[in-house]
Design a protein around this ligand. Structure first.
Ligand SMILES: Nc1ncnc2c1ncn2[C@@H]1O[C@H](COP(=O)(O)OP(=O)(O)OP(=O)(O)O)[C@@H](O)[C@H]1O
Ligand SMILES: [Mg+2]
Length: 368
């Protein structure tokens, strides 16, 4: 899949831009704060209907303006497709594919796959379980609609169950029948999600290791992801029954797949505590490249790869390995940003990759 043209209007610090991408590798070079990440974020919008950085759409409208518009012309299995995303303050965001408004954004997501590798990925290692669950949920949902449906069922019934627990706690009365009706929905959904997460990690692990091993080539480092769940040694139904009085006391459901985690491990130690900065970054790159490979295999379509500030913290060897993958054409279209212009020019030239360069200055993009 390729993005051939991109038009931007009042998006972040970009007043207006009309860009045409002629090569598979596009480098965006410019000083800090010039607008490199903003351009990648616009591409992210077209794929995921939202920013990779800001939760609120309004924050992405150029300061002082009332709306933004992003228009992309994609080439996908030989066909041309236009995607527009526009947002006006106080109105509903619009996603339009070939002139047709998209009613359910969840149906758009996954049709124009993008994998972003960015500095903020570090939260996947440093933060709590929620970010890791979100990462894997988003990935598995793109491959398996049934998983997504069960996630929605689980999350809705968990919310209702928790508010029921609060009301039991306040009134002192427990309505066992009502509770059982929620649990009847929660239990099968929880079991399906847990089994799918477990199975997914088993398939994903060899891909992750292969990507990591290629990046480090011969260094003695072994990485692993361990899936942890309350459901590993216990039946979910028994667990809910056993915890009922505790759940009423704490006014929430204390066991279930909403507490699952995915431990990242290097050489049998926790990556967060024992991994060096470069090892953590290498792990995240391998994780995202494994994501790329998983989506590409499942959809028969190579996602667009967005590499934001990828060269920071990587040693020359690991950069070289990454560029081998780029030069071998393992990916489809790649966007690379760098604030250190000379470095990227050198890396791309050394790898003999034919790239298109843009200089970015104050939200303006010029060729060369
Ligand atoms: N809604 C907005 N309106 C106007 N400017 C904005 C808006 N949101 C962000 N900016 C500004 O846009 C500029 C470009 O940000 P961006 O993250 O794209 O820079 P960058 O080129 O990636 O820099 P770095 O090399 O530091 O990562 C920043 O100065 C930022 O403050
Ligand atoms: Mg940036």
């Amino acid at each position: 899949m390729f993005l051939r043209n991109l038009n931007l209007f009042h998006f972040k610090n970009i007043e207006e831009a009309q860009l045409e991408f002629q090569r598979d590798v596009v480098c965006l070079l410019g000083k800090n704060g010039s607008g490199k990440t903003s351009l990648l974020d616009a591409i992210h919008y077209l794929s995921f209907t939202r920013s990779a950085i800001n939760l609120s759409d309004a924050q992405n409208v150029k300061i002082g303006q009332g709306q933004f518009m992003i228009k992309g012309q994609f080439e996908i299995s030989g066909k041309s497709k236009e995607v527009i995303c526009s947002f006006q303050a106080g109105q509903k965001k619009i996603i339009r594919e070939d002139g047709q408004d998209c009613i359910k954004f969840s149906e758009h997501i996954g049709r124009f796959p993008v994998v972003l590798i960015a500095p903020q990925d570090i939260v996947l290692i440093w933060n709590g379980g929620e970010v890791r669950r979100n990462f894997f949920d988003t990935l598995i949902s793109q491959l398996d609609k049934r998983y997504l449906e069960n996630l929605i069922i689980y999350s809705n019934h968990l919310k209702q169950r928790n508010s029921l627990l609060r009301s039991f706690s306040e009134s002192g009365n427990v309505d066992h029948d009502l509770l059982a009706s929620y649990d009847q929905m929660l239990i099968p959904a929880g079991n399906i999600i847990s089994q799918r997460r477990n199975q997914f990690i088993q398939n994903f692990l060899p891909i992750l290791r292969q990507q990591y091993n290629f990046l480090i080539d011969g260094a003695k480092e072994e990485v692993r992801i361990e899936y942890r769940t309350d459901l590993s040694n216990a039946n979910f139904e028994d667990l809910l029954k056993r915890n009922l009085s505790k759940d009423i006391a704490v006014q929430r459901t204390s066991a279930g797949i909403h507490r699952d985690d995915f431990d990242f491990v290097i050489n049998e130690n926790e990556l967060k505590k024992f991994g060096s900065q470069g090892q953590q970054k290498s792990f995240l790159i391998a994780l995202k490249l494994a994501e790329f490979q998983t989506i590409a295999e499942a959809k028969g379509l190579k996602p667009i790869l967005l590499l934001d500030d990828i060269f920071d913290k990587l040693d020359d060897f690991r950069i070289h390995q990454l560029m081998i993958l780029v030069s071998q054409g393992k990916f489809g279209e790649i966007f690379i940003t760098d604030a250190i212009q000379g470095r990227s020019l050198q890396i791309v030239n050394d790898a003999k990759v034919k790239a298109q360069f843009f200089t970015v200055e104050n939200g303006r993009f010029t060729h060369g």
